[in-house]
Every structure is written in structure tokens, then in C-alpha cells.
Design a protein around this ligand. Sequence first.
Ligand SMILES: Cc1cc2nc3c(=O)[nH]c(=O)nc-3n(C[C@H](O)[C@H](O)[C@H](O)COP(=O)(O)OP(=O)(O)OC[C@H]3O[C@@H](n4cnc5c(N)ncnc54)[C@H](O)[C@@H]3O)c2cc1C
Length: 627
Amino acid sequence: MKHLEENYDIVVVGAGHAGCEAALAGARLGVSTIMFTVSAESIALMPCNPNVGGSSKGHLVRELDALGGEMGKNIDKTFIQSKMLNCSKGPAVHSLRAQADKQAYSNEMRKTLENQENLTIRQGEVTKLLVEDGKITGVKTYSGAVYHCKAVVLCTGTYLKARCIYGDVSNYTGPNGLQAANYLTDSLKELGIEMFRFKTGTPARIAGNTIDYSKMEEQFGDERVVPFSFSTDPEDVQIEQKSCWLTYTNETTHDIIRANLDRSPLYSGMIEGTGPRYCPSIEDKVVRFADKKRHQVFIEPEGMYTNEMYIGGMSSSLPEDVQEEMYHSVSGLEHAKIVKNAYAIEYDCINPRQLYPTLEFKKIKGLFSGGQFNGSSGYEEAAAQGLIAGINAAMEVLGKEQLILDRSEAYIGVLIDDLVTKENHEPYRMMTSRAEYRLLLRQDNADLRLRKKGWEVGLVDDETYAKVVEKERLIAEEIQRVENTNVGMTEAVQSLLESKGSTPLKSGISLAELIRRPELSYADVAPIDKNRPELAWDVQEQVNINIKYDGYIRRQMKQVEQFKKLEAKKIPEDLDYEKVKSLRIEARQKLELYRPVSIGQASRISGVSPADISVLLVYMEQYGKNR
Ligand SMILES: Cc1cc2nc3c(=O)[nH]c(=O)nc-3n(C[C@H](O)[C@H](O)[C@H](O)COP(=O)(O)OP(=O)(O)OC[C@H]3O[C@@H](n4cnc5c(N)ncnc54)[C@H](O)[C@@H]3O)c2cc1C
């Protein structure tokens, strides 16, 4: 039988947040790319919460943007409310979070993809991977068509053998009733790839005009919005924003849930997949945090095009009638009409241990993967991995060096290292506490950390990169000036200090030392800083943070030096752990399984002890000499 046959450099399977970034990266790096989706309507779809960013996820989006990704630009064009979270805490945990108009987000991304040179969008289900001699050669679709290629990026999200469940109702579909992808798993298993079954869930959507907002607290966006993308003009995001609403569950809600737990597919055993510990369903919260009298419920608009509201914090897979009763027990939702039921979804994904930190499969050359398929959860986690997988697939096609970000350089580095190095038995969610060097990895300095990498790879143009080089220069110059500017006990100085509740001076002091006082900032001391140059707000922000946290930043930089030493000790790809005689059996098995790229990575594998690392180091020294 005759079948369609085409040739591309890269095939991306999936058009979710990971697939979009992977496809754009490939095409923008100049290699011909085709992106498959089971349904073209699911491009950049947000099947769950209508927002981008939030704690630590905001960092990921900023980093992705600095590297040349699209998510930050796209949300800047389509948000309806924006907030910098955690502002009462230190700058390391400040995190931007923007509510999206879901439809607009999806449409805008689709437009960007459609206008991208070197990129073809194709609706169709990829059912088989074609591999020869351990190397990817192409994919086959359900229709029998063959697409030859040099690299494949798998970003299949929650669609593989997907099953949606609430109560005893179960449907073999993907999110939002979209078609699932039922064949690719078998092809992956035939290739010896280890699969997991995970699950996640979403709350109900409720008709906005049936909600009594007078019983809820109105949540406004920030007065001055900060854009996600370093390339967006801050003036362009000062729009009129939509409100969200805050309400709470109560004892009645919890009683209804407890009384019906036996009808929950989660607890009856009907759901086999492992769920995310850090974004639990409401029934999970009620069971696990039994002493909590109430839980927050955020009511968030799904967009400007609809009256549907997302019921944040109440994802569930309880039966329809229980959902109805449970939501109605919440203050303000007494007469609410459900538009879409809450449901859980089970899907196939991989054990990400099978990947190198480049996101290429160790077993199959040219096969990369990103997103929920790698065992993570969240749009931002997906996008970040998709970008790295797409870049590295392109680098492989172009015969260039691959991009690996380490744990000291980016949250993206922490995310990928955690996935490929640590035991991962549930959907992985990014959190600031996972980053060791979080004072250095702030969302405000992602451009200073990563623009250069994006430029070296080829996703950031010369002009954009030049801007960050200039910004760096201005920051350094200003810090130097402030460190070397002294103020005395003049009346102006003493009265300024008094007005800020700060101790008056007993002798001269540098401006920098004043800024280091907890109650003062770079902006506060402006009136006594006569020679201050006019600087952009983002330069001023860096000057302030770098001066204020100077001691802590230096300390972390020292720790990073140590860390880098171990990362730089590369383990030869062909090292035979059987020959490392003094290794404990558990360590040998784990090292063989993970095949870490460096001593640093080896030291983070659970079951590999510091003593094993010493043995390995001694062996490697001998190994080097004998070569
Ligand atoms: C019900 C539900 C609740 C969730 N809750 C949240 C949440 O609260 N917050 C959050 O951030 N994340 C949540 N997620 C997860 C979030 O949707 C994902 O983390 C994110 O969308 C993953 O992006 P992705 O690109 O990896 O995959 P997806 O967005 O799932 O995209 C997968 C893409 O792959 C395509 N595809 C799959 N298989 C094939 C194939 N064989 N051939 C061709 N195309 C294929 C699909 O058509 C689709 O375009 C939830 C997901 C669901 C479904």
C-alpha cells in the first residue's frame, strides 16, 4: 500500500506547552521541524488552571524567556490579571503569577507557530517510533504515513492511554474530552523504555453568573504590573485587569467529602496512577490534613470570552452528585451551576531516569523528550523542558555542543537534574525549596544569568544580548560608585534616617552600608545621594539586591565553586562499574542504572554514599592514567 513519506530534521510529538517550545526552538535554530498534535485545537491548551507562573514556576518562565523561549512573551500578550507573589519575603522567593485568558493564550501561541519559518504543524497521531541501530530515524502515524528525521522530541503530556475519571464514570479520552493517543506507549515499550502511570486532576468549572461574590474576598492584580518577558515593554502590560475571588471550604464541605470517600475512585482503587503530592485533590487534603478546619478556594476567570470560573484548590474525582453537594457547601457557591465536572486523569509517562541531562534518551540516539511525559506536572515545568529538549535536538542535528544548565545556574537546571537523577515516583512539581542556591537564582536576574547562553545557542539575537551586557556594566558601575560614596553626619542625612526609623550616624559611612540596613533601600537613600545617575528600574533593582544581600550572595557563590568542581569531573561514558571493585553492590547497581555524567551527578543519586564517591574518584584517577 502507498503511504505518504516526508523528510524533516526534527519531529516534535505534541503541541502542548512543551511541544510548542521545542518546535519553536528547533525551527528558530534553522532546522526543518514538524510538530504533531492529536488535535490542532489543543495547541498550547491549558487543561487545568488558567494561569502562568506562581511560586518557583515564575522563575522557570523568566529563565525560559532569557534563553529565547516563548511562554513569557505569550502570557504578556494574553494575561488578564498579574501579581508578584511573596513580596513580603526576600527577593529569592518573589514570584510572578499571571492569570491567562485561556483562549487568547492558545490562539496567540498558534499564530506565532503558524508564522514561524521552518515549522510545519500537522494534526495526526504518532503511533510508532522508527529506530535503527540504536538511533532514531523517523516516526509513523496512525494513517501509515512515515516522517523520516534525524531527531524526535516526545512531548505527549497527559494524552498517552489517557483515562478521565470521576466517581464510577470513566472515559478513555485526553483532557477536555479530546482524543487520547493510544498506540505510542506500545512502541515505546517495545523499544525497552520503562513507563510509569501517573494521574492528576482538575476542579469543576462553574458559571460565573451563579456565584454570589458578595460572600467572597475580591483579589485584585498589582497596581504596577511587571512583565514576564525581558523583551516586553513594561508600559504595554499596564492594562485594566479582571478580579479573582477568595473563599473557603468549611466543616460541612469536609463532612460531605469524608462521608463519600468510599465512592471516590482514588480511595476505592479504581485509579491506579500516582498523583502529585504537592497539588492534591480536595479529598486528599481533607484526609491528609484532617485537623485543618478550612482550605482556601480561589475563584478565577477562565478568560474574557467566557463566564466560566475555575475553582482553584478544589480538584476532585468524586461522583457528580457529591461534587454538586460539596461545591454548594462553600460560601458563595450555594446556588452555583457546574459547567464542567471536576475529574482526574490517568496517563502514561516515562521514568525520566532514562534520560541524560540533555533530555536525550540514553538508549536511543536522537530521541529527546520534555514535559509531563517526563514525569513532571505544570505548564511551566513542561515549557522549560520542551525548550531544552528542542534546543538539544537542534544542536544534535547541527552537530553542535548540547546545552546543559546545572543546579547553580537555573531552576531549569534543578528541575532537569532532579528528574534525571533522583527517584521520581509521582508528578514532579517545581518548588523554591528544591533549589540550593536560590539567592542566586532569582526571577529578577534570569536575564543576567541566562541571556548569554541563549545567545550562544542562537536563540537570542545580538541586539538583545548587547542590551544585557550593557545592563551588567551599568549595575557593576553603580554598585562600585555606591560602595565608594561616603555620607557624613549632616542634618539631611540624620533627618532622612530618622524619618525611616533608622539609627542616626555617629561617624561617616558609605551609602552601601546604609542600604544594607534592613529598614533602608537603594531608593530610600536617593535624597542624600546627590550624584546618582538616572538608571532604569531594573538596573536599580539589581543594585539594591546586590548591595543588600552582598554577604549572603558571596557565601552562596563560594558554595557554587565547590559544587562546580564536582560537576566538572566528568565520568567517561564507557566506564564499566563492574570493574570498580570496592564499590558497594547497591551503589554499583544505581550507577549502572543512572549512568551519571559527572561525579557531581553521581553524588546526588540516592543509594550512592560519599564513601562510594571517594572510591569512584580513586578509580577514575587510575583509569585516566591507564588510558
Ligand atoms: C486534568 C488536568 C489537570 C491538570 N492540572 C494542572 C494544573 O493545575 N496546573 C498545571 O500547571 N498543570 C496541570 N496539568 C498538567 C498540565 O496540563 C501539563 O503539565 C502541561 O499541559 C503539560 O504540557 P505538555 O506539553 O507536557 O503536554 P500537554 O499539554 O498534555 O500536550 C500534549 C500534546 O501532545 C499531543 N500528543 C500526545 N500524544 C500524541 C501522539 N501520539 N501523536 C501526536 N500528538 C500527540 C497532544 O495532542 C497535545 O498537543 C493538568 C492536566 C490535566 C489534563
